[in-house]
Design a protein around this ligand. Structure first.
Ligand code: NIG
Ligand code: FE
Length: 405
């Protein structure tokens, strides 16, 4: 049973807990078969002669290899953009003011509803392609700009089609409770009903969502409304995640933890009780420094408390037209370091091993035998460069499920 492929002369940042920084193994080899890693370790420990072990053997020329990057929080499928809102914010309007005036998320909803499925795919695909060129092999995409059953399912189908077109793994999240659409203005409770009673069951039965998210915030949904959505999601067997404590402290982190959420995301205003609850529930903290930067937020997420209580940290791009028009997960990693003071190693773990956990995926995120053969060969001299460079063409080769992208 020979392996399909064996790379010699590698430097592996395995991101596994092997005691070394970045889980590094130098003078290493990486072998894979049928889309899974068969060997990731010291070349000297290979169980035979390379030519006997694999059908195809080549040298990586001592390049650094990391797990494929995992972007675990994006709103990448949308139509149009919000550059006008960007200009308004530069003139002093706040994100909340624009949202309350009917702009913000709702303006993207209008454009997303109007776009055909193919138009939506065409607009979104190039964004995903840009992320993939920068090393992303697993991409989470949320709905939430449709806000009626037909448009939400259109978004989720487009998300799945992006995965098929680009040959990456796309994980879909239903975010019906993102904003109240215009036809439900003044009837927020009725919209929550619509999400719980009509949309969620239909989407769950169609198998279109891997998880369920909600936006818990003064300008969005209250904790008790989120609770309803989560109860329904759990009843349908779907795991939950939450946009929590982004602009104010509504106890979102603790609420997410109560429902055994995979992750709570944003978390700038999370209090210590929320941190403790997340630690106890095993909920991952997904940090979104690009959104923090775009909104020129002042309140930093409680990094020291997350570390103290052992809450695993993930980093994601939050690609969306309002608060994070970013097309590089590595830029978000850079900002996780420069803005949130994470270390480059924490940032890389946050975009690999911990991002996998934030999506409930146990089969990826590290370079270890048995995991998916998702990895990137980089043009760098040290793994810290992945957070250090702002932009640049660093990915030499991106491999997903054993296949070159
Ligand atoms: O993660 N916080 C809510 N949702 C997005 C923003 C969406 C938008 O403004 O279009 C976020 O920041
Ligand atoms: Fe988001």
């Amino acid at each position: 049973m020979r392996w399909d492929h064996l790379l010699l002369d590698c430097r592996l940042a395995t991101m596994a807990d092997n005691g070394a920084a970045y889980g590094a193994v130098e003078r290493a080899a990486l072998g894979w078969k049928d889309g899974k890693i068969a060997f990731a370790g010291p070349q000297a420990a290979l169980p035979g002669k390379p030519a006997d072990l694999a059908a195809y053997v080549e040298s990586a020329g001592n390049a650094w290899i990391t797990p494929g990057l995992i972007d675990c929080h994006t709103h990448l499928v949308f139509a149009g953009n919000r550059a006008e809102e960007f200009e308004l914010r530069l003139q002093g309007a706040s994100y909340e003011e624009i949202a309350r005036r009917g702009g913000g998320i709702v303006s993207t909803v209008t454009k997303t509803r109007a776009a055909s499925e193919d138009e939506l795919l065409a607009q979104s695909l190039s964004r995903a392609q840009t992320l993939v060129r920068d090393g992303v092999t697993t991409l989470e995409i949320k709905s939430g700009y449709g806000l009626d059953l037909e448009s939400e399912t259109k978004m989720l189908r487009v998300a799945r089609r992006i995965g098929a077109e680009l040959r990456i793994d796309v994980r879909t999240t239903f975010l019906g409770a993102h904003a109240v659409p215009p036809e439900f203005a003044g009837r927020q409770a009725d919209f929550v009903d619509e999400v719980c009673v009509r949309m969620l069951p239909a989407i769950a039965h169609a198998g279109l969502a891997d998880a369920v998210d909600a936006f818990c915030e003064g300008i969005a949904f209250t904790p008790s409304e989120v609770r309803r959505v989560f109860e329904q999601a759990c009843a349908l067997g779907l795991r939950v995640k939450l946009h929590a404590d982004q602009l104010s402290d509504l106890g979102g982190a603790a609420l997410a933890a109560q429902f055994g959420a995979l992750s709570a995301d944003h978390l700038e205003y999370t209090n210590e009780e929320g941190v403790r609850a997340m630690a106890a529930a095993g909920t991952i903290a997904v940090l979104l420094p690009t959104a923090f930067y775009v909104l020129r937020e002042k309140q930093l997420p409680p990094l020291a408390q997350f570390r103290e209580h052992g809450v695993p940290l993930a980093v994601a791009s939050d690609v969306n037209p309002g608060t994070s028009p970013v097309l590089s997960l590595r830029l978000s990693m850079n900002m996780a370091c420069t803005v949130f003071r994470m270390t480059p190693e924490e940032a890389l773990r946050g975009a690999t091993a911990n991002a996998a956990r934030a999506l409930g995926l146990a089969d990826r995120g590290t370079l270890e035998a048995g995991r998916r053969a998702d990895f990137v060969i980089w043009n760098i001299e040290h793994p810290a460069e992945l957070s250090y460079w702002i932009g640049g063409d660093l990915a030499r080769r991106v491999v997903c499920g054993g296949a070159d992208l």
